[in-house]
Design a binder for this molecule. Sequence first.
Ligand code: FMN
Length: 199
Amino acid sequence: MKKFFLPFVLALFVFTMQAQDINLLPPEKTGGKPFFETINERRSERTFMKREMPLQTLSNLLWVANGFNRPDKRTAPTGSNKQEMELYVVCDTGVYFYDAKQHLLKFIAQGDFKVALGQSHISNYAAVSIIMVADLDKSSIESARMSAGYISQNIYLFAASEELGTVARGSFNQNDLPKVLQLKSNQAVILAQPVGYLK
Ligand SMILES: Cc1cc2nc3c(=O)[nH]c(=O)nc-3n(C[C@H](O)[C@H](O)[C@H](O)COP(=O)(O)O)c2cc1C
């Protein structure tokens, strides 16, 4: 009986594409490697082994990157707390918006859009790619670029702590990626950051 039940339970907890909003799991706010070990291991990695990411890991990753750690403030700082940055998630079969306030993934579109990420030797093997998008009605592009740096470093430190690989990527298809994410004219992609399993 247990033999048949286990795969079903596991399937519930691995992040798999669904053409609907996905409730993330509450982030785990304890644990991880000690800080000095983590910073010592922070690095860019570009070679990944294809593997699905557990929903708990994705939930933790997004919260660490740019979630709310206080009622009105986030894990990454922004000038005058303007909170101009939001995250999108591109996986093998679709695209989502990370609604940080509700801690859920809002479904945007189904399909394989990884070509818009460029650098296929990295993007095709990552479990997910996090896309940092600025609302330019809230801040200047210069501030947004700085804010993206903090989010990026949060992702780097999470990856180092969890023995995942990641790399900040300023190079992506600037025409196609905003279309894939269905951005409005006031929104701009600042950075992309794939996260994957190390070989
Ligand atoms: C703003 C920014 C943009 C980057 N863009 C890319 C990129 O498009 N492709 C890539 O492979 N690495 C990219 N990188 C990663 C750098 O190449 C990497 O951080 C640098 O070589 C230092 O290596 P380290 O992160 O392991 O210390 C980028 C890094 C930053 C901060």
